[in-house]
Design a protein around this ligand. Structure first.
Ligand SMILES: [Zn+2]
Length: 181
């Protein structure tokens, strides 16, 4: 049910969880204008979102937070960019924005079943995207079902007539061959 799913998302975003991390990426301006979907590899260690790397209680003064275990494979994160709102003077468009991605942040303390923290994705708009960022091909629109071909079939009575004629000819041939024609 929708309400339950919403509740889950809220919990994953704001409830008890692992530490939040931040990651800065750069995307091409057109991607934002078109609301593109992107994919990138999440670094294993990212800055603590609370202190920005300076060290605080959330990160045990380390400044950096792990998003996966040492032996786990790199994680690919997919995000759909919000379409940039281009109202107002052309130069006033946002140069950067932040997307909050639940459950892609830091690991919770070992032994706890808390979800991972949030990933705060700080997106900077530039002429070119970071090399590590891939634009996913936009979802291809579902191909329209083939147009209903106009029925070219013959009317049923013609088919029946054809079958009758063929049978008649076969009978004639049979009679002829058997010498009774
Ligand atoms: Zn910190």
């Amino acid at each position: 049910m929708g309400a339950q799913v919403l509740g889950k998302v809220t919990q994953a975003t704001d409830g008890p969880r692992g530490p939040d991390v931040e990651h800065r990426i750069q995307v091409a301006r057109e991607w934002l204008e078109e609301g593109a979907s992107i994919e990138f590899e999440l670094p294993r260690n990212l800055s603590c979102a609370v202190c920005g790397g300076g060290g605080c209680d959330a990160c045990d003064r380390a400044g950096a937070i792990s998003t996966r275990g040492r032996r786990e494979l790199p994680e690919l994160v997919q995000v759909k960019l919000p379409v940039r709102n281009d109202e107002g003077p052309p130069s006033s468009g946002p140069r950067s924005l932040v997307i909050r991605v639940p459950a892609h942040g830091g690991l919770a303390a070992e032994g706890s079943d808390l979800p991972r923290g949030n990933l705060l994705l700080r997106i900077k708009v530039a002429d070119e995207a970071d090399p590590g960022i891939t634009r996913l091909s936009d979802l291809t629109p579902v191909p329209a079902p083939p147009a209903h071909a106009p029925r070219v079939g013959l009317p049923a009575w013609i088919k029946l007539l054809a079958v009758a004629v063929v049978l008649y000819v076969l009978v004639l041939i049979f009679l002829r061959l058997s010498g009774r024609g």
